[in-house]
Design a protein around this ligand. Structure first.
Ligand code: MN
Ligand code: MN
Length: 462
């Protein structure tokens, strides 16, 4: 009997709950790491804030802005802010760039409600902002919750004004209404995707009229507040990027505090993991590159998205410093597409295939492929790359699990992985499993957050 039992342990793959192998010291390190992440996330509610806060942390750790023509030697720490909306950081390795770089790529944009370019109007003596949602949202989740307004207004003078309303408890919040149940019979009979119309997602901006007798008195009063706070006029909103984001604090979740509830875990939870790992890195064997990308939620297009040549520009500068060719560097590089995955949710078991779904507290989730309808649009990491990552993580004592985003033909999704793979860079997805992904309040496990950080660290140090 005893022999058979050992045989089973030897031959079978049996994932374990992370808490079963976590030491007291590990538990302490996990809690300390998560407190740091929570502080970062609480003040990083847009891609711009995520980038600005990351730069501040990087400069504290000796990173300087990459200047074209700069001489670079092993151990040098540089960053490039792509228009303040995406960030690339590197620690130069002992080996030349032609030996390849170790890249981790997360994104710092999250689903939200963007203000339109001509947002402000008055209807029935109430002032509203028109919105256009950003990323994949279930619209009904974004009504009847407190919202903050974050972003920038670019002026014709070239000056840019930062806007942040509602983060401070003393400031007001904004709001998108929903129907009362008493009058929602028709609405409730509709498909959930049709219950809330995008053009009804207008933000309540004010209701008290300006003290005169002209038209649009409430709109005027709201515009007067914006003018006195930020020195802007209605025309300046045309060149603004203003986002309404959930006004929820980052909070420990569950009676045992093992989970974290917050807006925007996708994908700042992986962005912070790789950021912290690269900030603490000494001189690596191969150059380490950390990417905080923008525009992932809308397909990675545009100048700050992962399909932008800004990446080639940055990597090209690093290559030129030691006479390497960019193509040679890419061919030998490896990339961890550090993005969240779906955690198995026992409240909704039908959408997952249990054997291949990520479980809370089982560690960083490795995803060989994404896509939909027969892996369409996937990067599909090679078996060899999966084996390499298994070895790196096992050697470093990092707990990981294999994941798949839902049952076959249930739906699907993508990450920046395919855009890295298309560049001739070996790429695999790895990140934190999330409950209620893309909801205004998402939940992750502290254990998995910590293991994702250890994963990024192990990869850089491999
Ligand atoms: Mn994501
Ligand atoms: Mn997402």
């Amino acid at each position: 009997m005893e022999e058979k039992k050992d045989y089973r342990a030897e031959l079978f793959y049996e994932p374990k709950n992370g808490y079963d192998t976590l030491s007291d010291a590990g538990r302490e390190a996990l809690e300390a790491y998560c407190e740091e992440y929570k502080r970062y996330l609480d003040v990083s509610r847009t891609e711009r804030e995520s980038v600005a806060n990351a730069i501040a942390l990087a400069e504290e750790k000796g990173f300087t802005e990459l200047v074209p023509g700069m001489e670079l030697k092993p151990g040098d720490r540089v960053y490039y802010s792509n228009r303040g909306k995406a960030l690339l950081l590197a620690v130069m390795g002992e080996e030349p760039m032609s030996a390849g770089a170790v890249i981790t790529a997360a994104h710092v944009d999250s689903p939200r409600l963007d203000l339109k370019q001509l947002p402000l109007y008055e209807d029935s003596e109430i002032a509203f902002f028109k919105t256009h949602y950003y990323g994949g949202i279930k619209k009904y989740q974004w009504t009847a919750i407190p919202l903050e307004l974050h972003g920038v207004v670019a002026l014709k003078s070239g000056e840019t004004v930062d806007v942040c309303i509602g983060r401070d408890r003393a400031e007001p919040v904004l709001y998108v209404s929903d129907l009362l149940p008493h009058l929602a019979g028709e609405q409730m009979a509709k498909k959930m995707s049709e219950g809330i119309k995008a053009e009804s997602m207008n933000i309540f901006a004010g209701s008290a009229p300006y003290a005169d007798e002209g038209k649009d008195r409430v709109k005027l009063a709201v515009m007067a507040i914006l003018n006195s706070s930020y020195g802007i006029t209605e025309a300046d909103l045309i060149s603004a990027e203003l986002y309404a984001v959930p006004a929820f604090d980052v909070r420990d979740t569950g009676l045992d505090r093992s989970l974290i509830g917050a807006y925007g875990h996708d994908d700042r939870v992986c962005a912070f993991a790789e950021l912290k790992a690269i900030l603490e890195l000494g001189t690596p064997r191969r150059t380490a590159v950390c990417i905080l990308a923008d525009k992932e939620e809308t397909g990675s297009d545009g100048v700050s998205g992962m399909q932008s040549e800004a990446f080639e520009w940055f990597m090209g500068k690093l290559c030129r410093a030691d006479g390497s060719e960019l193509g040679d560097c890419f061919a030998k590089s490896v990339c961890i597409s550090a993005d969240v995955t779906a955690a198995f949710d026992p409240n909704y078991p039908d959408v997952s295939e249990k054997r291949n779904a990520a479980k809370l507290n089982y560690g960083v989730g490795l995803c060989k492929f994404t896509g939909a309808r027969g892996k369409s649009g996937t990067n599909d990491a090679s078996a060899e790359l999966v084996a390499w990552l298994r070895r790196v993580l096992d050697d470093a004592g990092v707990q990981w699990q294999m994941t798949e985003l839902g049952k076959v033909d249930q739906g699907g999704g993508g990450t920046v992985a395919k855009f890295m793979g298309n560049r001739n860079i070996d790429t695999i997805d790895a990140g934190v499993p999330v409950i209620s992904m893309h909801a205004p309040y998402e939940v992750v496990s502290k254990y998995d957050c910590y293991m994702t950080y250890l994963c990024m660290k192990a990869v850089y140090e491999a």
